[in-house]
Design a protein around this ligand. Structure first.
Ligand SMILES: Cc1cc2nc3c(=O)[nH]c(=O)nc-3n(C[C@H](O)[C@H](O)[C@H](O)COP(=O)(O)O)c2cc1C
Ligand SMILES: [Mn+2]
Length: 477
């Protein structure tokens, strides 16, 4: 059986990472808050069995709420995840196979039969004025020049029975491809895929090159070809074992108000103008499980799902700096929000290496990070206290801190300067601003390993006597 959302729920149950709730929960009023507490207070995903107004539906939330959970879904663990994921991807991407049918076709609703209102789409944040947004939408489009499909996670605002907004980041692949259709005066076919195994979600947030179909990355992550099935009304192929697929088109040159929506930084950018999707069909499983991916305030699913592929991609880059170097982990702390900080755990071998690694960490396909911090092998980059201790005790600002001005930033990082609107190719207005900012590099390592051990040793931590040997329970029970 191919891996899907259901096989993953079984894994979460086995590892005691899932809370099942049978009391009635309202997707418009309290689903988000309950799911947020389950993750932030207990580190667990939530499966809702009883949804107000949607008697036949179940919904899952926070299934991608931490690196730990996604790692067990990929049959590895939190610590080994980055090396394991990169080994799988570097072994070679795996092309999908086309099948003639699949569970996502159990129900096919075309034209007037299709109704977004039958799906239990939830309200995410206090900023959103009670409007439901689909957060778990993997958008599949096809480059008209190459015929290569692109998969990208982009939210949808519900605007009517068969109308949604789509939030398209400037200059990302969906935007570049959409403008090719618009230049020809054509609508862009688009398939919105909801609910599948985390390997699909990690693939869809993986920032690869334009001519890479992210579904091949999912194949590599799973180490088996993904099964795809043809859409009913548009010329696209979609995962056969997804829960729900919405088939539609983005009409040319139409921009409408979108938002407000709580962003990954933990606040809302207010209203911007964005393209829309006109829905042509909905196909789904008979007993489809809705994936209520929660966005916004940390820790939502925005941060870990941004982080895991970003950490993998950056790890793959920094481990080759200067030929090869000793990288132990790469972490974009989810509690910080926005994925603007990247921490590299490493043992620098020679002078200058940590700085080069920090520059490389900020120069990947990802625009999010603006602060890079190098910590040594004895500092856990997942632990905020250890990070602060390291910065406080191992950094001389005049020689260990650098700022690189006027660099590309993330378009949703409101602390950075907005560039003026530009008019894109074919006279199409850009609907969002690009931002220019700066980068901060902090070297909090103990110094190169080729230095005499006594020089690095100055920074070695000391521990209370007996600390490593004792267990408190042995003395209190
Ligand atoms: C939870 C989550 C929500 C996201 N929502 C959006 C979005 O609404 N619009 C967008 O452009 N990117 C969004 N992203 C980022 C894109 O998914 C990511 O940049 C992806 O790599 C873009 O695909 P591309 O490399 O094919 O351009 C989101 C990421 C996450 C983790
Ligand atoms: Mn892409």
């Amino acid at each position: 059986m191919p891996e899907d959302l259901r096989s993953y729920l079984e894994v979460l149950k086995k590892y005691d990472k899932l809370i099942e709730i049978s009391k009635e929960v309202d997707p418009l009023k309290n689903l988000a808050g309950i799911a947020y507490r389950a993750e932030n207070e207990q580190g667990k995903a939530t499966l809702f069995h009883n949804l107000k107004g949607y008697p036949k539906w179940k919904a899952v939330s926070y299934m991608c709420g931490s690196r730990e959970k996604m790692a067990i879904g990929l049959k590895t663990d939190k610590r080994k995840a980055l090396t394991e994921v990169n080994e799988r991807v570097n072994r070679g991407l795996i092309k999908p196979k086309i099948v003639s049918d699949g569970p996502v076709k159990e129900i096919v609703l075309k034209g007037e039969e299709a109704d977004l209102g039958e799906i239990p789409v939830h309200v995410h944040s206090s900023s959103d004025r009670g409007v439901p947004f689909i957060g778990s939408s993997m958008q599949i489009v096809k480059d008209p020049d190459t015929g290569i499909q692109n998969v990208s996670l982009q939210r949808n605002q519900i605007k009517g029975k068969r109308k949604m907004g789509i939030c398209v980041g400037p200059q990302r692949h969906t935007d570049i491809i959409m403008r090719k259709y618009w230049k020809m005066g054509k609508a862009m076919p688009i398939a919105t895929v909801i609910g599948h195994h985390p390997a699909y979600y990690i693939g869809s947030t993986w920032s690869a090159y334009l001519d890479i179909d992210e579904i091949d990355i999912t194949g590599a992550l799973l180490q088996e070809p993904v099964e795809l099935v043809r859409c009913e009304t548009i010329d696209l192929n979609v995962p056969a074992c997804a829960e729900i697929v919405i088939e539609g088109e983005v009409p040319a040159n139409i921009l409408e108000d979108e938002g407000p929506f709580g962003e990954h930084a933990g606040w809302s950018m207010g209203i911007t103008t964005q393209p829309i999707i006109n829905v042509k069909a909905i196909t789904r499983r008979k007993d489809a499980i809705y994936y209520a991916l929660q966005g916004a305030r940390p820790i939502s699913e925005s941060q870990p799902l941004d982080a895991f592929p970003m950490e993998s991609v950056i790890y793959n880059i920094v481990k080759n700096v200067g030929g090869t170097c000793d990288i132990r982990d790469v972490v974009t702390p989810t509690f910080a929000g926005g994925s603007h900080i990247v921490v590299v755990q490493m043992v620098p071998q020679i002078e200058g290496e940590a700085r080069s690694v920090l520059m490389a960490a900020l120069t990947s396909p990802y625009r999010h990070p603006k602060v890079a911090i190098a910590v040594d092998e004895d500092v856990d980059p997942h632990d905020a206290k250890a990070l602060w201790w390291s910065i406080s005790t191992r950094v001389d600002p005049k020689k260990d801190v650098f700022i690189i001005p006027d660099t590309l930033g993330h378009p949703n990082d409101s602390s950075l300067e907005k560039l003026p609107e530009y008019v894109g190719e074919g006279g199409v207005e850009c609907h969002q601003h690009l931002r220019i900012g700066s980068k901060l590099l902090i070297d909090a390592t103990k110094g190169p390993s080729r230095w005499p051990a006594t020089m690095r040793g100055v920074f070695d931590p000391v521990f209370p006597v007996g600390y490593k040997e004792v267990k408190l329970e042995d003395f209190t029970g």
